[in-house]
Ligand binder design. Structure first.
Ligand code: NAD
Length: 467
């Protein structure tokens, strides 16, 4: 499927949800249409030759600013893809109630074709082009990592911004997903996968919901297949395996899948993949060359965490999972979505399932603007209060509190604990609000309910700014 269809799918999902709102057709059109897309062609001299690269930055909405959204490096990227992804950012930010419009960017490049110093040179040039047009700016447009980019690209972008605006005290807030030692936030790189874990846990707290999917018990022991062992897929699989005792029965990559019905060791599989560039030869499971066929394997939960349009009308009928959690953006086409709904397969949609990334990006942006780490002011005060409380309890009861409890109280929360706590809260609340909207409005599926929640919030925002 081509990228134009991704945009069409996103717009059809919008139209479907619109029927459950009171939004007028003119306002609906204003919300749906992408505000602007800037196409940039720029040259970089590498290996004694000038190479011309094409990139895009789309701003889907500015009802709240800055607009927020990742930058991906991918040969398959196109303007339509970037616009669809920017629209998803608008809806995602509205669902988790972060004060952002939606944006997205892409550079048409295969990062594997270039060395790291070359990628740095290309990234810095791309960033300069975007910065001088305010398409990277702490108050107007704040990128983050996405497919093919990571913390290092974000730190180069921040560095370029600081060079151009050396007196901007908020320069570091021009981009999120930076390395923690360069103004980033611990917990940002794991955040999207962590958010996927938290939303699955929330789903399993609602008996009515997991029973509707055909599950009898909780999350423990569930068989999970994951597509894509990149940033999002790796963290989601790792936490579900190591902390929730799920069995990761299959990991699909672009060049083959690895299977083990007793559960894979995710960490070992990741290390092997980094070393060898493939799962072939990994002794923790059996190798299967035709990776995408594994989307249709027997499992409880399917987590597509690679790219868009991987489940379409050609394979939707063969999907056997009871629950699909869209860690990737747009992995299911509009047609496939209808077919899966008809098969009673529950889908936790991208605009809520993978919102953990932008949630923690929001924390990072706020931290950069505050210029102080979370918990700095209250940590010792809280420790003192807990110490006093423990002393009082021990005096009153005449018994000593065991050291393991004492240490936990007195040590207090580290920044990573606070980040995870904030993320967990946002993911739980998003799920609860969407399931409530689904029930109150008799909406058949979570995706349509999620769009309704987003559209209602955006409409209120547009009303208040006046047009
Ligand atoms: P990534 O580049 O780190 O990882 C993507 C992985 O998918 C890679 O390992 C790649 O080899 C693999 N892959 C590509 N095509 C594949 C295919 N056809 N079959 C199987 N595997 C394939 O990217 P990421 O940051 O993990 O992003 C993955 C998805 O999650 C994207 O849709 C992205 O937009 C979405 N997302 C990412 C973030 C984030 O914080 N990084 C936030 C929200 C949503």
């Amino acid at each position: 499927m081509v990228n134009a269809d991704f945009l069409t799918s996103t717009n059809k999902l919008f139209d479907k949800a619109l029927k459950y709102t009171d939004i007028s057709p003119d306002l609906a059109k204003r919300i749906k249409v992408c505000n602007s897309t800037y196409t940039i062609n720029f040259g970089v001299k590498i290996r004694n030759e000038i190479h011309t690269f094409t990139g895009w930055r789309s701003v889907h909405s500015e009802h709240l600013e800055p607009a927020k959204g990742g930058i991906r490096y991918d040969l398959a990227s196109s303007q339509e893809e970037v616009e669809a992804l920017a629209a998803l950012m608008t809806y995602k930010c509205a669902i988790i109630e972060v004060p952002y419009g939606g944006s997205k960017g892409a550079l048409k490049i295969n990062p594997k074709d270039w060395t790291i110093p070359e990628i740095e040179k290309i990234t810095r040039r791309f960033a300069q082009e975007l910065i001088k047009r305010d398409l990277i700016n702490p108050a107007q447009n704040v990128p983050a990592p996405d497919v093919g980019t990571s913390a290092k690209e974000m730190s180069w972008i921040a560095d370029e911004y600081r060079k151009i605006f050396p007196t901007d005290i908020n320069a570091l807030a021009c981009v999120t997903g930076k390395p923690p030692e360069k103004g980033g936030l611990v917990g940002r790189s794991e955040a999207t996968g962590r958010g996927v874990q938290y939303i699955i846990k929330e789903f399993f707290r609602h008996q009515e919901d997991f029973e509707a999917a055909g599950f009898k018990g909780g999350l423990k022991g569930k068989k999970i297949a994951v597509q894509g062992l990149g940033n999002v897929g790796y963290h989601a699989a790792k936490f579900l395996h190591e902390e929730d005792e799920c069995k990761i029965v299959c990991i699909m990559e672009h060049n083959g899948a690895i299977l083990n019905s007793e559960g894979l060791n995710v960490e070992a599989a990741k290390i092997y993949q980094i070393e060898h560039g493939t799962f072939e030869g990994f002794d923790g499971g059996s190798f299967e060359k035709n990776s995408s066929e594994m989307l249709c394997m027997e499992c409880d939960i399917l987590i597509p965490a690679a790219r868009e349009n991987v489940i379409d009308s050609s394979n939707a009928e063969s999907i056997k999972a009871k629950l699909i959690v869209e860690a990737a953006n747009g992995p299911i086409t509009f047609e496939a979505d209808k077919m899966l709904n008809a098969q009673n397969i529950i889908i936790i949609p991208d605009i809520m399932a993978n919102a953990g990334g932008v949630a923690v990006s929001y924390f990072e942006w706020v931290r950069n603007l505050r210029h102080i780490r979370f918990g700095r002011l209250e940590k010792r005060r809280n420790a003192y209060q807990f110490d006093t409380l423990i002393s009082a309890i021990e005096t009153m009861t005449g018994k000593e509190m065991p050291d393991k409890f004492k240490e936990q109280f007195v040590e207090g929360a580290n920044e990573i604990d606070l980040v995870r706590s904030g993320l967990d809260d946002m993911m739980r609340e998003a799920y609860q609000k969407v399931r409530a909207a689904k029930a109150e409005n008799n909406i058949p599926d979570l995706r349509t309910a999620a769009y309704k929640v987003a559209l209602d919030r955006i409409a209120i925002s547009y009303d208040s700014i006046g047009l």
